[in-house]
Design a protein. Structure first.
Length: 1102
């Protein structure tokens, strides 16, 4: 008897390609399973993205005790992520301060039915990680559902499903993604013809899956290895997200500050939560890398994850998972080198230079089995050493006019300091070094059949010598004016995932991070600054020159200790996946920061230096040991619950709620005088202020190839804890600052003890203290985010994604000055001083050509008294459009565009409260600023990448490119002076001036000489942002630099000889500039750049 069997399988939902391989024999016996030796490769059928594969096989049945069985009908889906999470024991709920833990694993789930649609219970689902042999099993429950959680992302995996009376089903090549479930639903039929050797391969698709609800960008291991990078830092690849704006300062996500991001490695916090580095990277000030690039398996940028477990950010969540070992012993080594001949010219102030620099980098990986199929290890290391001179112009090498310095005067200053017993170092070029080291080790162990353990340790070291200033504008620095930064970061993570039955999964994790940063001044004598002037040809130039210990590095160190514990429980109930959890974090800090403890001198001229007659002396004196170096802590407790409901085959709904409870260990000392004068108790810290968060989202798939995603919810972040340290240090009791002027300034003696009083006696010239304190009602920041997105598969397999996100700050950090005078005057452009209509405090000084306000305060016993509280008013929104297309294994194309707008009240960029308040440009009232364009408002971005693989038979050649084009950086113009009398003009005015300029109707309104008026009028014509705001105070961050365009290229040639593989790689960054010197420019405003001849004068601030 002859028969015909038809095998029909639709393309797996979300897979870019699928192939079926069928054995060559055309006769298939009924009866027992065909022996494995008869499984041979035969027909191969491949489908396009939307085709249906139909294979007709002719067979000659024979008699058998077993009925023929058809191949299973399968539907492949993938859905969001790990349901692994949960409550710590009841004791933990009452004793642990807790914090959210982000996704670090993936999972497989689905439903098994028979041919009649009846659920198949007790089917054995076996998931094998192909390269390690690690096996996980689970039985389907009464409704046919199964789930395997806590699996390591990546793969490939093989899943096998067996049940008595049904043919064994096998699917290979499954890839699990970070933070996502792969959904595999299938139908088993009790009657089938054995088609031996059936193999199914599929690539994981990060776009189409039921659990993808929020907005995120996933970077796979292939992308991490193939796209060009110069720093070998996985965070560089965050730029692949259209919603990310990158700069030297950090990563801004959807228009938010880079200070409000969170970074997690394997689900554990690994960052500088104190905030020494603006980008929150541990050791970021020294250029550290958290872990080696070779150790990263996948990386994800989460903008709005509607997974209630993820918290601790109002910016973005940056999540990475690490690699593990396999059943094969593998080793690798690499080396990179970059020299001056491989670097283009550096252009500063329209002058091209080619500095002498070099970068050498080497690393290795080693992995293999400890016990095959049970335990594996992976180790990676990386070292880097870079040398380059300070950026800028150098005495004796550059045009003196560019530096505004007379070389002979600089040489004389050096000679005078040597006569006084101080070595200022060199004013010429000299090499600076940056050394980095990373070590990573991970062990995975399968304990029995139900428990998976992961233990990993990482170490990151960085030693850096920051540039002394050689750029135009601020004081020129000798080499002795620099500092050395040393950072050490240790992190250890233990995770245990336990399958407690077919419905219940538990994940326990703990993390310990120890981070130490020290900044040391290059010299041991006090900082010294000399004002110089002279002539170069017919031109008069003036500039300050600085030597000695950097003011802020004279006593600067920090230790951070972070301990996290979390326990998470997931339970499947029918179509619901329930999750309850708790997590806890201890943050402990030892902060040592006493700027100016060695003292600082200022001389009006070289003649005064020759006479050792300083014009000004300043020194900071610790009053108590614990005040100058406080130890304090923060505890966070979080409790949360979530339900993910598969409401049919086309709709997934997720909803969750959490509560975060921060508490504080330690309190600032009470300042009784402050309480008497202003009624402020600065010793109070907010305690147990609950942050409630609720989120809900859905994924709707109305038809194949289209999905809608939407969600809304509240996200809770945390402040930089350096701002909390300010409440301990800047309370008026920890340190005092002595300022001595004129004849009261002590003589400069580099070998003697630091003077702690003025010549006139102790306390003479003592400046009033600046106070920082927290409002007792202060709460951690919270934002409300709403998203909507659609994904659609176009003809030809092109995937189109469009999204919208809006963000409204419910409670953002806001700083006010509580010692600001209560009765401001009101001036205007008609007053003849050209400062515009603004609030003004204090009294004027008469007898001057220009207006000068003397700052007014409620109490003269104190300087600014800055309160850290909350206010709403910040908002942002963004829209994105993305296209992607994969051509098998040969070519992958991605392109995206985004429009992002953001507005805020204050920039909050600095490490300390005072600078955050003082460097936010102010128009009218500093305590009540308008919500205006933020520093992170860079509206447009285009990102595109291409990866191509050629000549695979000869080892393979890979060519990859990445293009990023984005809007320029916003900046403002402020006066070089205190035109509103709020007191921010002080001895370090370059860091504290913040009054936005008034753009006059005409040059006649300017309070300057006729020549200055002409210069100012010409300057207005050149700056479009100023021309657009005639007769009003400039709005904050109105001006912006031009668009930047950057194209990077990597070419990699692989040679494979007898099992040994060698890659020769060439990375070229900014290819556009290589092709044309006028292309590929990135322009950044200098932090403080004077406008000579401008009214006020003005400064450029970004």
């Amino acid at each position: 008897m002859n028969g015909t069997v038809t095998f029909t399988d639709s393309k797996p939902v979300g897979a870019d390609r699928a192939s079926w391989t069928v054995p060559s024999p055309t006769t298939y016996p009924y009866g027992p399973q065909v022996p494995r030796h008869r499984r041979t490769v035969g027909v191969s059928v491949e489908t396009s993205n939307s085709e249906l594969a139909v294979i007709q096989l002719q067979g000659t049945p024979t008699t058998s005790r077993q009925r023929p069985r058809d191949p299973p009908r399968t539907t492949w889906r993938r859905t969001s992520w790990i349901r692994l999470f949960v409550p710590l024991l009841a004791t933990l709920a009452t004793t642990l301060p807790l914090s959210a833990q982000s996704a670090s694993t993936g999972g497989l789930r689905g439903r098994i039915l028979d041919r009649d649609g009846t659920p198949v219970e007790a089917a054995l689902v076996t998931l094998v990680h192909t390269r390690t042999g690690v096996t996980s099993t689970v039985l389907s429950v009464a409704d046919g559902r199964y789930s395997l959680r806590g699996q390591r992302p990546g793969g490939p995996y093989t899943v096998t499903i067996t049940r008595i009376g049904f043919r064994e089903f096998t699917r290979e090549g499954i890839e699990l993604l970070l933070g996502r479930f792969v959904d595999l639903d299938l139908t088993l039929v009790s009657e089938a013809i054995e088609i031996e050797g059936l193999v199914v391969e599929a690539e994981a698709d990060p776009v189409f899956n039921p659990g993808r609800i929020g907005i995120s960008t996933l970077v796979t291991s292939e992308v991490l290895r193939e796209l060009p990078t110069l720093t070998r830092n996985f965070l560089d690849f965050a730029a692949l997200s259209p919603l990310v704006r990158t700069s030297e300062e950090g990563v801004s996500v959807a228009g938010a500050s880079y200070r409000f991001n969170t970074l997690n490695i394997d689900g554990a916090l690994n960052q500088d939560v104190f905030g020494l580095s603006t980008n929150n990277i541990a050791g970021g000030r020294a250029g550290a890398r958290v872990i080696p690039l070779e150790a990263v398996e996948q990386f994800q940028v989460e903008v709005a994850p509607f997974d209630i477990r993820q918290s601790g950010f109002t910016g973005g969540a940056l999540n990475a998972v690490t690699r593990s070992g396999t059943n094969e012993f593998e080793t690798s080594g690499f080396g990179f080198y970059r020299g001056s001949g491989l670097v283009g010219e550096l252009v500063i102030d329209d002058v091209s230079t080619r500095p002498e620099l070099s970068t050498a980098r080497a690393g290795f990986t080693a992995s293999g089995p400890i016990r095959r199929d049970r335990a594996h290890f992976f180790v990676a290391g990386e070292w880097e050493r870079a040398r380059e001179p300070p950026t800028g112009f150098h005495v004796g090498e550059s045009d003196p006019f560019r530096m505004s310095l007379v070389p002979d005067s600089v040489a004389r200053m050096r000679s005078l300091l040597q006569q006084l017993g101080a070595d200022p170092g060199t004013a010429s070029s000299f090499p600076l070094e940056n050394q980095l080291a990373n070590l990573f080790a991970r062990v995975d162990w399968k304990l029995g059949d139900r428990h998976d353990t992961m233990l990993r340790y990482s170490f990151a070291a960085a030693d850096d010598e920051p540039d002394p200033n050689r750029l135009p504008g601020a004081a020129y620095e000798f080499s002795s004016g620099g500092s050395e930064i040393r950072s050490r970061n240790h992190s250890a993570v233990l995770r245990l995932v336990s399958s407690l039955g077919n419905r219940l999964t538990n994940e326990f994790a703990t993390n310990v991070q120890l981070l130490r940063d020290d900044e040391t001044a290059r010299s041991a004598f006090p900082q010294l600054e000399v004002s110089m002037d002279g002539t170069i040809g017919d031109l008069w130039v003036t500039r300050d020159v600085r030597a000695g210990a950097d003011f802020f590095a004279q006593d600067n160190g920090l230790e951070q200790r972070i301990i996290q514990i979390s326990n998470n429980l997931s339970y499947d109930v029918g179509s619901h996946q329930l999750l309850v959890g708790a997590s806890g974090t201890w943050f402990d800090f030892d902060r040592r920061f006493v700027p100016g403890v060695l003292g600082s001198y200022e001389f009006d001229s070289l003649e005064d230096l020759a006479l050792n007659r300083p014009d000004r002396y300043e020194v900071t004196i610790p009053l108590t040991d614990h005040g100058a170096a406080p130890s304090f802590g923060v505890r966070e407790l979080a409790l949360y619950a979530q339900d993910e409901w598969e409401a049919g085959d086309r709709l997934t709904v997720r909803a969750g709620a959490r509560v975060d409870i921060p508490t504080f260990a330690g309190r600032p000392e009470a300042n009784e005088e402050l309480e008497r004068e202003l009624g402020i108790d600065a010793s109070q810290l907010p305690d147990r202020r609950l942050n409630h968060s609720m989120r809900a989202g859905l994924n709707w798939r109305p038809f194949e190839g289209t999905q809608f995603r939407a969600g809304t919810g509240i996200f809770s972040g945390r402040p930089a804890f350096s701002w909390l340290a300010n409440a301990f240090q800047n309370n008026g009791l920890a340190v005092t600052t002595i300022v001595c002027r004129g004849d009261q300034a002590p003589a400069f003696d580099p070998a003697g003890p630091t003077p702690r009083e003025c010549v006139g006696g102790p306390g003479t010239g003592e400046s009033p203290p600046i106070i920082n304190y927290f409002d007792p009602e202060f709460r951690f920041p919270q934002d409300w985010r709403t998203t909507f997105a659609v994904d659609h598969r176009l003809p030809g397999g092109v995937v189109l994604s469009a999204s919208w996100i809006s963000n409204l700050a419910l409670r953002q950090i806001f700083i006010t000055n509580e010692n600001l005078g209560p009765d401001p005057h009101t001036g205007g452009p008609e007053d003849g001083f050209g400062f515009g209509l603004r609030n003004v405090w204090g009294d004027t000084v008469t007898g001057r050509d220009e207006q000068l306000w003397v700052g007014g305060r409620i109490s003269d016993l104190f300087g600014p008294v800055l309160r850290v509280g909350n206010r709403d008013g910040n908002y942002s929104y963004a829209a994105t459009l993305e296209l992607r297309k994969d051509f098998r294994n040969t070519l992958a194309l991605r392109a995206g565009y985004s429009l992002t707008r953001s507005s805020d009240l204050q920039d909050l960029l600095s490490i300390d409260v005072t600078s955050n308040y003082a460097t936010t440009p102010i128009g009218r009232h500093p305590n009540d600023p308008a919500s205006q364009r933020s520093r992170f408002d860079r509206p447009h971005k285009v990102v595109a990448s291409a990866r191509m693989r050629l000549l695979p038979r000869f080892g393979g050649t890979e060519i990859s490119t990445m293009y990023v084009g984005q809007s320029g950086v916003p900046y403002s113009y402020v006066y070089d002076g205190d035109v509103n009398g709020d007191g921010f003009n002080g001895p370090r005015a370059a860091g504290l001036a913040n009054d936005l300029i008034y753009v006059p109707r005409s040059s006649r309104e300017l309070p300057s000489l006729f020549v200055s008026q002409i210069i100012w009028a010409g300057f207005l014509e050149e700056e479009e942002c100023l021309r657009e705001q005639w007769a009003r105070i400039l709005a904050r961050n109105t001006c912006h630099t031009p668009w930047s365009h950057r194209l990077d290229l990597r070419v990699s040639l692989r040679v494979d000889v007898r099992g040994f593989k060698a890659d020769l790689t060439l990375d070229m960054l900014n290819v556009l500039n290589f092709l044309n010197s006028s292309w590929g420019w990135s322009r950044w405003p200098t932090r403080w750049s004077s406008c000579s001849g401008c009214a006020g004068t003005s400064r450029l601030v970004n």
